[in-house]
Design a protein around this ligand. Structure first.
Ligand code: GLN
Length: 446
């Protein structure tokens, strides 16, 4: 009731929630109360959560930020949603996002931009901007997000939260509307590392319904939270700590590193020689996969259908022209182009090679250090319109985060101070399956 009240009061300004259903939320809360009364409560029983509107949720409208799915009611639960329900988490509503998760500012949503609660003239980041703003404005204690190139970590940084992108294959993608399937991964967004660990415990784990889900034993991601940091080796990639970083951001990172040294960590220089190619490689691979994934929105099976058309082809064309926004169309055009005959070798294959080189760089660096630290974003939350007219500027917002998705490894962003009253984040990257370690390191700092 507290959160529903706060949503009623603040959401008209923040625009984080796009769909609410208080009756369903209250029914789930009541069921959780009964579980608690029976003495069967787990750590998350009765805790409200906001789901990014990319997750299918049975009986709830699921828009993915697009006009294409404006009236789509999901007929089943995504595995993430299902497992959250089983853990007793209470769904509060669906939160806003960039259309089909394409963006870094939430300005591409068909349902209007989300405002950053720290300064409502600024963006919350994206694409999980609704998730981040909802938690930062205390409209929800926690939220789910998805991260294809930074969409959990970047909004977490710009809104002062902790957000974790797990190793690829850790969280089931079943029922999560696909953007770039080889990069997409869901994860938790919450105030602290401890919260993120508890949430990940609830929804991670093998799922036969996702062919890329990893068959590993369930683990407790909170198991190492209290481990001291003495002897921890933090790698600082020289490519990220050169002279061209934003001075205030780099100063905040240096201050956090000083804290880490006090906690017993040492810092060493490492190198990621191919990382400068990551944005270029990503903006070939992600649009290529997106152009294929989004072909299902044809006006026939589900979603928007243009009201007037002359024949089948005209119906396809008009439904897609009217149902998709500008950024989504740009991605489909780029993706179709790089996959087309004659260009495939020049672009797509080259990008896949760079992807391998980047993964190799991380492997080599993790022979010298336990985790890698960097800024999460090149600066704090920017003003609406500041980058939306220039796609390349917008794409460069992901410069620190994108390499991680290409390599498939886990990374998180945690708050590390404020710059002119706005939060900034530090990114910690680890080798495959080091989520518990990243959460441990962050917990010790927090
Ligand atoms: N900002 C990046 C993009 O627009 C990443 C998005 C994401 O991680 N979903 O593609």
């Amino acid at each position: 009731e507290l959160f529903l009240g706060r949503i009623a009061q603040h959401n008209p300004l923040i625009n984080a929630f796009v769909t609410l259903d208080a009756e369903k939320s209250r029914a789930a809360a009541k069921a959780a109360d009964a579980v608690r009364a029976a003495g069967n409560a787990g750590p998350l029983t009765g805790v409200p959560i906001a789901h990014k509107d990319i997750f299918c949720q049975d009986g709830w409208r699921t828009t993915c930020g697009s006009r294409m799915l404006e009236n789509f009611i999901a007929p089943y639960n995504a595995t993430v949603v299902e497992r959250c329900n089983q853990a007793g988490l209470v769904p509060l509503g669906k939160v806003n996002m960039d259309e089909f998760a394409m963006g870094s500012s939430n300005e591409t949503s068909y349902y209007g931009p989300v405002r950053n609660p720290w300064d409502t003239d600024r963006v919350p980041g994206g694409s999980s901007g609704g998730s981040a703003a909802a938690v930062a404005a205390r409209l929800a204690p926690a939220a789910t997000g998805t991260d294809t190139g930074g969409s959990i970590r970047q909004p977490a940084a710009l809104c002062g939260l902790t957000g974790l992108k797990p190793s690829y294959g850790t969280v089931s993608r079943w029922g999560m509307i696909a953007f770039a399937s080889s990069l997409d991964q869901a994860g938790p967004m919450a105030p602290s590392a401890e919260d993120c660990g508890l949430l990940l415990n609830a929804f991670a784990g093998f799922d036969a319904k996702d062919s890329t889900s990893l068959e590993r034993d369930n683990e407790d991601y909170t198991r190492s939270l209290d481990q001291p940091l003495k002897g921890l080796r933090i790698g600082l990639p020289k490519e990220f700590f050169g002279t061209d970083g934003d001075a205030a951001t780099m100063a905040a990172i240096e201050a956090a590193l000083a804290e880490y040294r006090k906690l017993g960590a040492e810092t060493i220089e490492v190198s990621l020689p191919s990382i400068s190619q990551s944005v270029s490689a990503y903006y070939v691979i992600a649009p290529a996969e997106a152009s294929s994934n989004l072909s299902r929105f044809d006006g026939v099976r589900y979603g928007y259908r243009a009201p007037d058309y002359t024949d089948l082809n005209d119906m396809y064309a008009k439904s897609r022209a009217q149902g998709f926004g500008e950024e989504v169309k740009r991605r489909i055009l780029i993706g179709t182009y790089v996959l087309s005959h004659g260009y495939y070798d020049a672009y797509y294959l080259q990008a896949q090679r760079i992807r391998r080189l980047i993964a190799n760089d991380f492997d080599a660096a993790f022979k010298q250090c336990d985790v890698i630290a960097s800024p999460t974003t090149p600066g704090t939350a920017f003003k609406f319109g500041e980058k939306s007219g220039d796609p390349v500027q917008m794409y460069l917002s992901d410069i620190y985060t994108i390499g991680v998705n290409l390599a498939g490894i886990p990374a998180l962003s945690h708050p590390c101070g404020e710059i002119n009253g706005l939060p900034t984040g530090m990114q910690l990257i680890g080798p495959y399956f080091s989520e518990h370690r990243l959460l441990n390191v962050t917990h010790q700092y927090q």
